[in-house]
Write a new protein. Sequence first.
Length: 93
Amino acid sequence: NRFIFDPMMDFLRKSRHFHRLNGADHIFLFADGQGPRIWDSYDLLRSSAVFLSPESRCPTWGEPLRRYVDVKRCLSSWKDLVIPGHTDYARIQ
């Protein structure tokens, strides 16, 4: 977090372009469900920014949820998109 997320959050907090539409004109692409899970705690980004991710559910590692629950929703159905993951030629056949 110290080398990636903290500097990016500082940049976005200071960006007049990001705040112009509360982030609604910004799109963040994640390679797996870990990105949205980590960024979920940042209210600045969860407000209106659009997330693209190949997973709609994310692991709950170390989060206080009900027992035996190991995944939770990490995308908002009204603004975020689930995109196809890795699709190689053999999977297309």
